[in-house]
Design a protein around this ligand. Structure first.
Ligand code: GDP
Length: 394
């Protein structure tokens, strides 16, 4: 599907930048337009692929290009005040050519955390296209203020978008590596997972295979209904057979026993095992998959390595595991020497990580309130002399 991506704040901008790189490398055609919005000039300058005219610096009068320093209330205020400047960049997007908007932000900071719900609300008011969010949760070692920011932004962002897809930095940190050190590899993971998913709806299918290829309306219908979503992914390298039997049609002839040299039973088994791995392995937001309201299975890979039976089995298995009757499935023929299962689980409810995040956020909020309360008294104790013998100048 074709998306208009808006990266808010540093993480949002960097991730959208990576999506553009992915798009170019894989020729997947998912980013129709890319805009970056920030209160920090340096972050906008650091982007590589987003065109300069699509980089919007907001809040210059308030913070002079230096960012909001993890103050997400200020981030939200500035986004409101300067919404016309953001709209100026959005005006350049040929909206009739996009299937949806995707607003991307790290929820632990200030600009993206505060601004992304504001821009989402604005887009929903103006356009009829769906507005999705991609929100990144901070690592648990980032500290109370980031957790509090994320918990408050998460609540607001979910409310303002048609669906909030979540990626949890905490679950993706490599052992022994700080989250910061690992952002590059984390961003690649984000882009690969969501790229396969959105790319699936962009295949220009010939009539002969259109039946089983995922359509962008299937992605939209899976996300429709709101709530929170997570994505699972698993892949395996395969050999790409060249010549004769490797064309798009080979899969159909292959279904009955295979005259394309590939063993159908093997192909089917590989697909079903990848589906299990994707659903039961690390999700972008770890959660219980049972109870997910809707799901979409995308099998990507060389056509000769995909078959309908495997996808159908995988889809049925997902129905059993989630308990949902709304599980869609299809394929995404590519030339890459990999077969990959990408699973979008939409409307998940049983997410211990969110509950934990909220708990830590409440503690941080109480702590901040306590310190503020004590602060006035403490300052007075320091500044005033004990017997009140000194007078200030004025
Ligand atoms: P903002 O510029 O004020 O919106 O804040 P940032 O985007 O710099 O940071 C917000 C949060 O996003 C941080 O607390 C991190 O958890 C996360 N973050 C920052 N940079 C990246 C990045 O490149 N990738 C990912 N996945 N997360 C990031």
């Amino acid at each position: 599907m074709k998306l208009a991506m808006i990266g808010f704040g540093q993480a949002g901008g960097k991730i959208v930048d990576k999506f553009l790189e992915y798009d170019r490398n894989t020729d997947s055609g998912i980013v129709r337009s890319a805009v970056a919005v920030n209160t920090a000039k340096a972050d906008l300058l650091g982007l590589e692929h987003i065109p300069e005219e699509n980089r919007v610096l907001i809040g210059q009068a308030r913070v002079k290009g230096h960012g909001v320093g993890a103050d997400n209330e200020l981030g939200a205020e500035i986004a409101e005040e300067d919404i016309d400047e953001v709209q100026g960049a959005i005006d350049n997007i040929p909206v009739h050519e996009v299937d949806a908007f995707l607003v991307v932000a790290g929820l632990g900071g200030g600009t993206g955390s505060g601004g992304s719900p504001v821009i989402s609300k604005h887009l929903k008011r103006i356009y009829t296209e769906p507005v999705y969010g991609l929100g990144v949760l901070p690592g648990s070692d980032e500290g109370g203020i980031y957790t509090l920011n994320a918990a408050r932004s998460f609540q607001t962002f979910v409310r303002e978008v048609d669906n909030l897809m979540v990626f949890d930095n905490d679950a993706w940190r490599k052992t022994g590596e700080s989250v910061e050190g690992g952002y590059d590899h984390i961003n690649e993971e984000i882009v690969r997972r969501f790229g396969v998913l959105f790319g699936a709806g962009e295949v220009e299918a010939g009539d002969d295979i259109a039946e089983s290829v995922v359509d962008s309306s299937e992605i939209i219908n899976t996300l429709d209904g709101g709530g929170v979503s997570t994505v699972g992914y698993a892949s395996e390298d395969v050999e790409v057979t060249s010549g004769g039997g490797g064309g798009l049609l080979s899969r159909f002839t292959g279904d009955d026993g295979g005259d394309d040299g590939l063993d159908t039973a093997n192909t089917t088994n590989r697909i079903t095992s990848l589906v299990r791995k994707a659903a039961l392995g690390r999700l972008t937001l770890p959660c219980e998959i049972e109870g997910a309201e809707r799901a979409l299975l995308v099998m990507a890979g060389p056509p000769a390595h995909l078959n309908r039976k495997g996808i159908e089995r995988g889809r049925k298995w997902l129905e059993e595991q989630t308990g949902s009757m709304e599980v869609r499935g299809g394929d995404y023929p590519t030339n890459s020497p990999k077969v990959a299962a990408s699973i979008l689980l939409a409307g998940v409810h049983n997410v211990p990580r969110i509950k934990e995040l909220q708990q830590v956020a409440i503690e941080a909020q109480d702590n901040i309130d306590d310190i503020r309360e004590q602060s006035d008294g403490n300052l007075q104790d320091l500044v005033e002399d004990d017997e009140d013998e000194l007078d200030p100048l004025f």
